[in-house]
Design a protein around this ligand. Structure first.
Ligand SMILES: [Zn+2]
Length: 344
């Protein structure tokens, strides 16, 4: 009995997410949903409606795994390993019914409108965790509009891509830069294989061409240059999904796994511990351990701007009202003005 308890505790610990998520809108559909056979894609959606009504509907119908609101709060809706009904009529690389092969994240907002940085940072962190968990590369993070397709109808005689533009902004290079996604799919494998025709030429230009209507909106946002690609250190041989990938920081290459980053950029969990010093709990202890105040968060200066790629590492600390919070436990939605950031 005790062993069983220990096992349950262990599983619970292994299951722990680095990001905070709320269960307030957990779907009542969970018990009836099947476990998903595999996870090949992370599909990003836009709700096209305000938060409250979106959350209520998504929860009631079990239509996504997570929902991220404008203030960066992440809500768990359907359990991560179960099927959520988010993609509808869908196809990717010849496989239909993408709900069986994907995680669905709804983001409160509109498919072509700017989102706040706090919301994008929350999406980035959630996606980072899921990519690591399911060992997915950046190009496997797609938009709903990329996988949805339409049946023949009176306007479009053939099966076609472009049934909807849901999540379209997440294919734009300016937005992917903030999400720290270095690649995207370079072409539509189902159009290329003539399983589908292009039903929305504008959408195609956004998904695979150079159309990026939010470039100016995010032009001045600084993004940590060398953030650690979460899955890069454990490359796994896998067949490349049709479409290939595109990397706008480098010339296109055939590799679907980003190059391994130098050891100092590995996520803290993968780095050997340098020492076994107690976690500092006061500013005096921080100072005693050699940490110095690197700056304070202000409306014009974000944590990422102060700490760069180290903003969420275990050896970066946030202080506010005499509280000391390690960077690897901080909820980005709760990073507030006046927080001090301490590093070595
Ligand atoms: Zn959608």
């Amino acid at each position: 009995m005790r062993a069983a308890c220990a096992l349950v505790m262990l599983l619970f610990c292994l299951d722990a997410f680095a990001v905070d998520a709320s269960d307030r809108y957990r779907s009542p559909r969970n018990p009836e949903r099947k476990i998903r056979p595999s996870t090949d894609l992370i599909v990003l959606h836009t709700t096209e409606a305000p938060a409250k009504s979106s959350l209520e509907k998504l929860s009631e119908r079990g239509e996504c795994h997570f929902c991220v609101t404008e203030d960066g709060t992440i809500y768990r809706i359907v359990d991560r390993d179960k099927e959520a009904f988010h993609a509808g009529r869908s196809m990717w690389n010849g496989k239909e019914d993408i709900d069986k092969y994907s995680i669905g994240i709804e983001c409160v907002g509109y498919h072509d409108k700017e989102m706040s940085l706090i919301q994008l940072y929350a999406i980035r962190d959630l996606v980072k965790d899921l990519k690591a968990m399911y060992r997915l590369t950046d190009d496997k993070v797609v938009t709903h509009s990329q996988v949805a397709y339409g049946a023949p109808n009176k306007w479009q005689k053939k099966k076609h891509r472009g049934r909807k533009r849901c999540g379209m902004l997440f294919a734009m290079p300016s937005v992917r830069r903030i999400l720290e996604l270095k690649t995207r799919m370079a072409a539509d494998p189902d159009v290329r294989a003539r399983r589908l025709v292009v039903g929305d030429p504008y959408l195609e230009k956004v998904l695979y061409g150079k159309t990026d209507t939010l470039r100016a909106a995010y032009a001045n946002v600084r993004v940590p240059k060398a953030s650690a690609p979460t899955v890069a250190s454990q490359p796994k041989p896998r067949a490349q999904a049709g479409g290939g990938i595109m990397d706008w920081f480098k010339k296109p290459s055939a590799a679907s796994v980003p190059p391994p980053s130098p050891p100092q950029q590995q996520p803290s969990a993968q780095r050997p511990r340098a020492s076994f010093k107690a976690i500092p709990r006061t500013i005096a202890e921080l100072k005693a351990q050699g940490y110095t105040l690197r700056g304070k968060v202000t409306p014009g200066c974000t944590a990422s701007q102060i700490a760069g790629a180290r903003w969420n590492r275990a050896d970066t600390y946030y202080t506010i009202r005499n509280k000391v919070i390690p960077g690897n436990t901080i909820n980005p939605a709760k990073i507030e003005v006046d927080m001090g950031i301490w590093m070595k």
